[in-house]
Design a binder for this molecule. Structure first.
Ligand code: PLP
Length: 281
């Protein structure tokens, strides 16, 4: 596998960074997860815009538009058409004479940029949603959930707690409202309708898959979704770049609807695939 590191393509085992890199020491960085289908990158504009916003919020000086060169270059180098692409930008490592652990860097730093890609299923394989189980968990994360920060300790902890309960994932809830999964946004289906938590007032990631699904013909409403609605939903769905659409068939140990992947999950999977196809055309 060839990975990208600071302007070069090199074998993964030769890609090394300083142990003092602030990504390693502080989790001081942001990332993107992208998807390519048949050699074309899905929703690049969305990813560039979200990354640019996160970099700005983190006071990190790097041009997010570089994604437009790095991602195709990586796909090309690895000869992948259907792939997941990960790109992360950290503040970099302190240079000679700079403090190892100063919160505010005491001098200029060069961001560390690392990216890799791995094979992922083609678009047609996303039409049948996977079945998952989930538990709800009080959202104990920071309140800047719109930033795609590499500091994912809390998401990892929640996922581990779910695994301990033999669940596939955790859904964060706060103040009686539904947030998101540990790596997905949430959609509920009720009375033949779909709703996803609004971004306003919530500390959740503006998922690119969510944006594509909202803009497509699935007919999703973005509004606050209560935990009570989640519990009484006909279907609970998780959407994300790698996940595409998954159906939560058991929530907190109780079946969701009839406990099987339902028609709205399939409806959303088809609508999302159509939106992606249109966007790629
Ligand atoms: C916490 C969280 N929410 C939502 C998402 C879904 O976002 P996207 O559709 O851009 O993959 C992700 C993706 O990694 C995530 O980590």
């Amino acid at each position: 596998m060839l990975v990208y590191l600071n302007g070069s393509l090199l074998p993964a085992e030769r890609a090394t960074v300083s142990a003092f890199d602030r990504g390693f020491v502080f989790g001081d960085g942001v990332y993107e997860g992208l998807r390519a289908f048949d050699g074309r990158v899905r929703a690049m504009d969305h990813h560039v815009a979200r990354l640019a916003g996160g970099l700005r919020d983190m006071r990190l000086d790097w041009d997010a538009a570089q994604l437009r060169q790095i991602v195709p270059m990586l796909l090309d180098a690895n000869q992948l058409g259907d792939a997941f692409i990960y790109v992360q930008v950290t503040r970099g490592a302190p240079g000679a004479g700079q403090s190892w652990r100063a919160r505010v860097p005491d001098g200029p730093m060069v961001p560390t940029v690392f990216a890799f890609c791995v094979p992922a299923p083609p678009l047609e394989q996303s039409l049948e949603p996977a079945a998952r189980t989930a538990m709800t968990i009080e959202d104990f994360r920071w309140r800047r959930g719109h930033i795609k920060s590499i500091s994912l300790g809390a998401n990892v902890m929640a996922a581990l707690m779910a695994a301990e309960q033999h669940d596939d994932d955790a859904i964060f809830v706060r103040d009686g409202l539904v947030g998101e999964g540990t790596a997905t946004n949430v959609v509920i289906a009720y009375d033949g309708r779909l709703a996803t938590p609004a971004l306003e007032g919530a500390s959740i990631l503006p998922g690119v898959t969510r944006a594509l699904a909202l803009a497509g013909r699935a007919g999703i409403e973005a509004r606050p979704v209560t935990v009570a609605e989640l519990r009484h939903a006909d279907e609970v769905l998780l959407i994300g770049t790698l996940t595409m659409v998954a159906a939560v068939v058991r929530l907190d140990g109780a079946p969701v609807g009839d406990g099987r992947v339902g028609p709205m999950a399939r409806h959303l999977a088809h609508a999302l695939a159509a939106a992606i196809r249109e966007q790629l055309a």
